[in-house]
Ligand binder design. Structure first.
Ligand code: DER
Length: 236
């Protein structure tokens, strides 16, 4: 499909530009675009990849690394990462992004921060002027289960997200549970609020019981978007 081709184009171009022969430790994100990143890395050849170790951002990412025959490492063994490549739910003009559509944003943010270079790969739907334009569920927030009702209350009545809700699972009764055993709240905010992503991110982060917020500010070095016409847009 055009959408899948655009994901593949973004991913392949990003790998070609940013996975250098001297890079040994590679962070691998989550979602449906990152498999194309791994596909391209596998094409670099078993010999080159034998020297590398790949750090996952969660269970899905780990499965992808292992099933692709790549060396699996973990972030406590490799606290500094050469380059992390990951998807995003939306990316604005300053490369701030919403992440967490896949409920993996805690480990994703750890690997984004641990990386010397953090690269975003996405299809054309994610390339927006302001966050919240296309990705309507709102800001994903990982919370400890014990505190979720309190955090919801604060979002509804203090931070201005009356529609914030606990993310319920589809093929499991009850709420989504993250790789860290926590819940996720999706909190939509007005466009005016989303024009200052750092401010709202910091306010949410301060709520007691919040583990991590799916807004990444000032972290990505570049973003690669595959377009519907087969071209690629690169922003940095
Ligand atoms: O949850 C995330 O942050 C993932 O990176 C995910 O949102 C990316 O989505 P994709 O399936 O469109 O790549």
């Amino acid at each position: 499909s055009v959408l899948e081709k655009s994901k593949q184009l973004a991913a392949w171009t990003a790998v070609d530009h940013h996975v250098k022969s001297e890079h040994r430790v590679i962070g691998i994100g989550s979602g449906s675009t990152v498999p194309y990143v791994v596909e391209r890395i596998v094409q670099l050849g078993a010999e080159a990849n034998q020297e590398r170790v790949f750090i996952p951002t969660g269970f899905q990412s780990k499965q992808l690394i292992v099933s692709s025959g790549l060396n699996l490492g973990d972030v406590d063994e490799y606290p500094t990462i050469d380059v992390t490549l990951d998807g995003a739910d939306e990316v604005d003009r300053e490369l701030n992004c919403i992440k967490g559509g896949g409920a993996c944003h805690l480990r994703e943010k750890v690997l984004a921060e641990a990386a010397n270079t953090f690269i975003l790969v996405a299809d054309y739907r994610k390339n927006v002027e302001y966050l919240g334009t296309n990705f309507t569920p709102g800001i994903p927030i990982e919370v400890v289960p014990f505190a979720y009702a309190k955090v919801l209350q604060n979002l509804h009545h203090i931070l201005g997200s009356p529609k914030a809700e606990l993310r319920m699972a589809v093929k499991k009764a009850g709420p989504v549970v993250t790789d860290n055993g926590n819940f996720v709240i999706d909190a939509p905010f007005d466009l005016e609020v989303m024009k200052k992503p750092y401010t709202i991110m910091a306010q949410i982060k301060m709520l007691t019981g919040v583990v991590e917020v799916g807004v990444f500010c000032n972290m990505a070095k570049a973003a690669y978007f595959g377009n519907e016409d087969g071209s690629v847009t690169i922003r940095w």
